[in-house]
Design a protein around this ligand. Structure first.
Ligand code: 13P
Ligand code: SF4
Length: 341
């Protein structure tokens, strides 16, 4: 496994403004009006504040996983796409729709996987393995995507890698090492793996989960594949955010332990209103967790900066034309693969 040298700081989530209920509903009304006036649409990830997810639903946008966010933005006729999520999601929307304006409530909302895979180091890594096909996770910067042959999200990573492996290809995988090992395990692929990790999923602890399972022996365990191997080994279902939501109503269990960002509970509760959802433990009794089950960058999205972005057209994603052209190919390959599969 390649060990990247990148280090990064966690954002300060105490900076989110506290609003009264009246202030919140005032902002919500104004956002409704502006979306209509500007022919704009919200494209929102499951990990964001439930208020933003509800607003997205009410206004005809989409709340989804990163694959569907990419597809929806590409196909929607709006002039302005407002991506409520993290930076790589906004960049993917821009790459697929360069003629549209793409705004984000905060351009500083990024991802530990993206930060842990800087293009210079990644490019040098690829140069060491010229015979290998480069497959990168969607959670990467546009420049990293531009260096790749394929981009995948967690919902189709195994299918794409299986397809490539059956065609005899050897792969480079970046940046998430846990997802990389999971894919390798599922497909038997020959992969060299970049050593990045998600600060949220990496903190779920197998021993804490086992203790909770003793308390709730009837509970099913739902795990996102960015979690460590020991957690994945205990799971009833391993999958993308959409797959995990589906599992809450498809599986017969009435209780679930959920090892992914707790923002997803909003949609899970909607999908299975009578079921009990429990957060998977992170760093146990010592409470030493850094993220504690919620992505600090997703938490940077709130009503006030969403309003400001729309009102002033701030937070616009601007990308180099050459990067857009190169990064578009591996993303389109992914979208094409999903329509064929
Ligand atoms: P999904 O593609 O499953 O929505 O995951 C995105 C992500 O950032 C998970 O941490
Ligand atoms: Fe990145 Fe993890 Fe946050 Fe997802 S939850 S955006 S992988 S840091």
């Amino acid at each position: 496994m390649f060990r990247p040298s990148a280090t990064f700081e966690m954002p300060d989530t105490t900076l989110v403004p506290e609003l009264t209920e009246i202030q919140q509903s005032d902002l919500i009304q104004r956002i409704h009006v502006m979306l209509r006036e500007k022919n704009a649409v919200l494209i929102t990830h499951y990990y964001t504040d439930p208020i933003l997810q509800a607003l997205t639903e009410e206004t005809g946008g989409i709340v989804s996983d990163s694959l569907e966010m990419a597809r929806f933005g590409h196909q929607h006729p709006a002039d302005i796409l407002v991506v409520v999520g993290v930076r790589f999601m906004g960049e993917t929307a821009k790459i697929l729709s360069p003629h549209k304006k793409v705004l984000m409530p905060s351009l500083d909302a990024t991802c530990s996987l993206d930060l842990g895979c800087p293009i210079k180091e990644f490019s040098a890594f690829c140069d060491q393995h010229p015979e290998r096909t480069v497959v990168v996770y969607a959670n990467t910067a546009a420049a990293v995507k531009a260096r790749a042959d394929w981009v995948v999200t967690s919902s189709i990573a195994c299918d794409v890698v299986d397809h490539l492996t059956r065609h005899g290809e050897k792969l480079i995988w970046a940046p998430d090492r846990h997802l990389g090992h999971y894919i390798q395990n599922q497909t038997g692929a020959d992969m060299v793996v970049w050593g990045g990790a998600c600060v949220v999923h990496e903190e779920f602890k197998a021993n804490g989960i086992q203790k909770l399972q003793q308390q709730y022996p009837e509970a099913g365990l739902l795990v996102h594949p960015e979690a460590p191997k020991a957690v994945i080994a205990l799971a009833d279902v391993v999958g993308s955010t959409s797959r995990l939501i589906k599992a809450t109503f498809e599986l017969p269990h009435t209780t679930f332990i959920v090892a992914t960002d707790r923002g997803i509970f909003y949609k899970m509760q909607q999908a299975a209103p009578h079921k009990l959802l429990l957060e998977a433990p992170t760093s146990g009794h010592g409470a030493t967790c850094k993220s504690c089950g919620h992505c600090p960058w997703m938490a940077m999205n709130h009503l006030q900066n969403l309003y400001d972005a729309l009102q002033n057209e701030w937070g616009e994603i601007i990308l180099d034309g050459g990067i857009i052209q190169k990064a578009r190919k591996p993303i389109e390959r992914m979208l094409h693969f999903t329509t064929q599969a």
